[in-house]
Write a protein that binds this ligand. Structure first.
Ligand code: G4P
Length: 534
């Protein structure tokens, strides 16, 4: 792509963009915090809709009934709001661990993440998993320790967990003044001000905040003598540790700024948002497969598809490809090259999606996400560009941890079954594998979690009218295989190990137990096993 000077307007628009996701274990408070962010972004009318969305979806959409039944959020949406001169893109990540593939893909489209931790529980399994993906991509992480209005773990213990479990150097930007029923606010270390907390009613407003120095009488009066003493000691310890806050370390993903607060009571959320916007960076360059760095301000438009969702809303039975813009400016009806096929496509039907509401997008900039409706050519990972010679390779591939056979229950529905299955494969809901020695021609599906199969089954029936039967298959580990000396297709395999081929016809070995896999690896050093295709 030729490097041209970016028009001033383009640079300005990109500089004010912040694109991020919130990662957390289910129930830590992601939805609540999202609502409050929208509130601060002035999108008050939308704020309520995040929760309302759960009910609304259940009433307007059939497969999303499953969400309701399970009390989880499956489909991601992109929320956009303006705050303090910034244009903020918040990509919603599905919270349940079974939907991790989708979540992981969303994380390829962000420039930063806010990690929400329940102060009473500390770092939980899902947070750890998501954090690994962020670390792998070098994404800066901001931490919000939520629910300090309830009894919490010791704040130092929480910082310690960040350091020990995540290997991140935590820097507490603020510090809780008491916890549980004694929680009265936070101490801001940068401004040396106490922000006092008042429980809000109805949570629909910005939290009323009073600020003052730790020694101010009205601040002291709010705290119990024990809390005051503890806080003074803790603040002294923090300052005594002598750690300097360096914003460059945040961007290098070495340090995580830590904010304490209570999303439900709308306390500390604005401090987090302000801090996040101040210390996070606008979109950065991304590498193409040829190793060339493409700057966001490069005037030629480029982006990649990180998510595809069909039949999101039965009112609009169609397919949406979500594109993260990497460089340049998007204009509705522009013609771009679909890098994988070399075809020219017109990006006509572009939308911002909020739950079931859509709004046409006329223009968007690097950092933004647009949903292109109804183009069946697009697949996850595809690059769209004004320069056909480039390709982004952003979307990771995941090794399934569970398998099932899926059988069409009604032979007359064979076409619907095939169509539905191929659509869901394109969406990346699951992967299909082929067993070379299979007796019957029943598709074998792999996914990160078994709930995914229920979704496949549910969607095949409700969206394509195809009834299916699932039959669990025993494998729990998948490894791609490579060897210069052994012909794996002819090799006798021990019990509990099976040869299969992925959608690209690459050989994998499926293992029934982790122990069996390790044993196999030890006994066959001439075979390389990989968690990704070679
Ligand atoms: P999630 O999206 O991460 O799964 O979490 P969500 O925001 O749905 O919050 C999970 C539960 O935790 C909710 O309660 C929510 O009200 C509560 N919560 C969130 N932030 C705070 C906080 O700062 N303090 C306290 N005490 N609770 C908080 P719920 O009973 O499951 O749902 P709801 O009936 O309140 O909506």
């Amino acid at each position: 792509m030729p490097v041209e000077t970016a028009p001033a307007n383009l640079s300005k628009e990109i500089a004010r963009r912040r694109t991020f996701a919130i990662v957390s274990h289910p129930d830590a408070g992601k939805t609540t915090i999202t609502e409050k962010f929208l509130l601060y972004g002035g999108a008050v009318h939308l704020a309520g809709s995040v929760t309302a969305r759960r009910n609304q979806r259940a009433s307007t959409s059939d497969w999303l009934e499953l969400e309701q039944k399970r009390g989880i959020s499956i489909s991601s949406t992109v929320l956009q709001f303006d705050y303090d001169g910034y244009r903020v893109n918040l990509l919603d990540t599905p919270g349940h661990q079974d939907f991790s593939e989708d979540t992981y893909r969303v994380l390829t489209a962000v420039d930063a993440a806010i990690m929400v931790i329940d102060a009473g529980k500390g770092i939980e399994a899902q947070t750890l998993k998501l954090f690994e993906v962020c670390r792998h991509r070098g994404v800066p992480i901001f931490t919000f320790i939520n629910k300090v209005d309830r009894p919490t773990l010791e704040p130092f213990e929480l910082l310690d967990q960040l350091e020990q479990k995540l290997g991140l150097a935590p820097y507490a930007v603020n510090w809780p003044l008491g916890n549980g029923p004694d929680f009265r606010g936070v101490w801001d270390r940068h401004t040396k001000m106490a922000h006092l907390f008042e429980r809000t009613t109805g949570n629909a407003q910005r939290a009323p905040v009073q600020t003052g120095g730790l020694d101010d009488d009205f601040v002291r009066e709010q705290l119990t003598p024990e809390t005051y003493e503890t806080v003074c000691e803790e603040v002294e310890m923090l300052e005594g540790a002598g750690t300097e806050f360096d914003p460059a370390d945040v961007l290098a993903a070495k340090t995580t700024p830590v904010y304490f607060g209570s999303a439900l009571n709308n306390f500390g959320v604005q401090l987090l948002l302000d801090g996040f916007l101040k210390y996070s960076a606008p979109p950065e360059s991304r590498k193409t497969t040829l190793g060339i760095e493409i700057e966001p301000s490069n005037p030629a438009f480029s982006g990649f598809v990180f998510k595809i969702q069909a039949n999101m809303d039965p009112k609009h039975r169609d397919r949406i490809a979500f594109i993260r813009i990497v460089s340049g400016k998007f204009e509705r009806n522009m013609t771009v090259i679909h890098a994988r096929t070399g075809r020219k496509v017109r990006l006509g039907n572009a939308s911002k999606i909020f739950g079931s509401e859509r709004e046409t997008v006329e223009e968007a900039y690097a950092g933004d996400v647009v949903g292109i409706v109804g183009n069946n050519l697009f697949a996850i990972g595809d690059t769209l560009t004004e320069d056909g010679k480039m390709d982004y390779d952003e979307i990771p591939f995941f090794a399934p941890e569970c398998y099932t056979y899926i059988e069409n229950a009604q032979p007359v529905q064979a076409k619907r079954f095939r169509t539905g299955l191929s659509q869901l494969l394109q969406e990346g809901v699951m992967q299909q594998y082929r067993l070379p020695d299979a007796v019957r021609n029943v598709p074998l599906l792999g996914a990160a979690g078994p709930l995914q199969f229920e979704i496949v089954q549910y969607r095949l029936e409700s969206e394509y009218g195809a009834e299916t039967r699932l039959q669990a298959a025993p494998w729990i580990e998948t490894r791609w295989v490579k060897s210069d000396t052994v012909d794996i297709s002819r090799m006798p395999l021990p019990p509990g190990v099976r040869l299969a081929y992925d959608g690209q016809d690459c050989a994998v070995l499926l293992f029934e137990t982790a122990w069996g896999m390790n044993y196999f690896a030890e006994r066959n050093p001439e075979i390389t096993l990989g968690t990704l295709p070679f």
